[in-house]
Design a protein around this ligand. Structure first.
Ligand code: NAD
Ligand code: TYD
Length: 347
């Protein structure tokens, strides 16, 4: 396989790149990333010199570049992760999301179609999406693969648009596509604008932990390496034209999650019991804040034999340990632009 991975310098992408580079020395991996604020080559330091790994700095909105990558490297598989990914940023700047998530995905689909020229044998275009396209659940029920789309933020609407385009290319041109929709990920290398790493960073700095509204919103959390394993499974065994939901069967209200995080960190830092919980501060709610996400992941379990391997307590503990051991990473990504973002958003 000659695999083009887009967004491989980001949070999930870097775990996918590492897994494929290390587990499949016969495959050649091309990581195409624009290196926005969220892309960071430090995430891939350990494998950057591997023989089967190549980095290309570039934008999925650049059609000429995409065409040359497909032609020059005889790309056979695409794993498309590049995206603008933060809901709060989509509320302040929706156009950036439409540009990368909708236009960029369309460019990539067209580049694959043109390069593969109807010769689809041994080819796959794998689009990585989110459970947020399904909208917001009440107190009960789950998202299934056939749940109707009902996106409610500019981020989820742009991801829903890209999913529709991917399916349209399958139905119209027979492009061999597969899609997965995953729940919230957490783990090492998570950019500290997202809830878990933001709170870890704030606790380390003795800063308030901003919880939107009453902290009653529910997310279904999956350890990022379990997601990378699911992506590996779908790349190899996922059926063309199919959609797979990926989730952790692991629902937490934000407030309960942050209390657990505070307690685990206090124990690791030998703080007084309850010290970090004192930093919890309820702040103005996010506009249009989806109440609950919960994935039914039985299809991928029954058909492809994937299930999460890490419990939330274990995963959270490993995540905290990683941040404690990688304070330099945290300092590098929180200096500069991030400091401006933080003060505009929270202060
Ligand atoms: P991220 O924001 O950490 O990383 C995105 C990466 O894409 C960055 O490296 C960035 O530089 C790159 N990028 C952005 N715009 C680009 C462009 N125009 N051209 C090339 N590269 C570009 O995101 P993430 O959390 O790793 O998410 C990766 C994918 O998984 C996204 O498609 C997201 O929608 C999806 N997803 C994320 C989660 C989650 O919890 N984080 C859950 C389900 C699905
Ligand atoms: P986030 O990590 O941004 O992921 P998503 O919005 O894609 O689910 O947020 C997770 C949950 O945490 C979500 O309900 C919003 C909430 N949240 C806060 O309460 N405070 C914060 O500072 C952030 C970033 C998120």
């Amino acid at each position: 396989m000659n695999i083009l991975i887009t967004g491989g310098a980001g949070f999930i992408g870097s775990h996918v790149v590492r897994r494929l580079v290390l587990n499949y020395p016969d495959y050649t991996i091309y990581n195409l990333d624009k290196l926005t604020y969220a892309g960071n080559l430090e995430n891939l330091k350990d494998i950057q010199d591997a023989k089967n790994y190549n980095f290309i700095k570039g934008d999925i909105c650049d059609k000429v570049l995409l065409q040359s990558i497909f032609d020059e490297h005889k790309i056979t598989h695409v794993i498309h992760l590049a995206a603008e990914s933060h809901v709060d940023r989509s509320i302040t700047n929706p156009l950036a999301f439409i540009e990368t998530n909708v236009v960029g995905t369309s460019n990539l689909l067209l580049a694959a179609k043109e390069a593969w020229q109807d010769n689809y044998h041994g080819k796959k275009f794998y689009h990585i999406s989110t459970d947020e396209v399904y909208g917001s659940l009440g107190d009960s029920g789950f998202f299934y693969e056939n749940t109707s789309y009902d996106p409610r933020s500019p981020y989820s609407a742009s991801k829903a648009s890209s999913d529709h385009l991917v399916r349209a290319f399958y139905h119209t041109y027979n492009l061999p596509v597969v899609i997965s929709n995953c729940s919230n990920n957490y783990g090492p290398n998570h950019f500290p604008e997202k809830l878990i790493p933001l709170c870890i960073n704030n606790i380390l700095q003795g800063k308030e932990l901003p919880i939107y509204g009453k902290g009653e919103n529910v997310r279904d959390w999956l350890y990022v390496e379990d997601h990378a394993h699911a992506i590996d499974t779908i790349l190899h065994d996922g059926k063309v034209g199919e959609t797979y939901n990926i989730g952790g069967h692991n629902e937490w209200t934000n407030i309960d999650l942050i209390r657990l995080l505070c307690d685990q960190l206090d124990e690791k830092l030998s703080n007084e019991i309850g010290a970090s919980q004192k930093l919890i501060t309820f702040v103005k709610d996010r506009a249009g804040h989806d109440l609950r996400y919960a994935i039914d992941a039985s299809k991928i379990d029954n058909e492809l034999g994937w299930k999460p391997s890490v419990t939330f307590e274990e995963g959270l503990s490993k995540t905290i340990d990683w941040y404690l051991e990688n304070k330099e990473w945290l300092e590098n990504v929180t200096s500069g632009d991030y400091a401006n973002y933080y003060s505009k958003m929270y202060e």
